[in-house]
Design a protein. Sequence first.
Length: 131
Amino acid sequence: RNCEDFNNEFFDYLSSSLKISLPCEDHTWILIPSIGCIGCKHSTLLYLKSISETQDLKHISIIYLGINTLHPEDYNEHMHVICDTEKVMESLRINIASSTIILTSTKKIKAVYYVNPGNLDSLSFFISPVY
């Protein structure tokens, strides 16, 4: 699949399904699937929550697919959490088997990374607005 198709499908999803206007500046999207390892999802959210207490995360949006396992203790008011309660993302051709980081700039996808318990510390690289 070519990158432009992926780019278009992701941005169509943001604007059509989630009603999110696309930022022109650098932005980090963290997608947390409804399926997969519950511990992995929980670890990702708790890691971001701990960082949000000391760092500004306004350049990061967390898209949580489904709402059944999202608990108030998993996030705080400093985190921009968007719930895809209809799980529309799962019907797209975007592979998100684990927590996924999508870096965008000037309305283009720059990179896609997959997070698991073994590389959770790599999230710190994406916290800085300059990557």
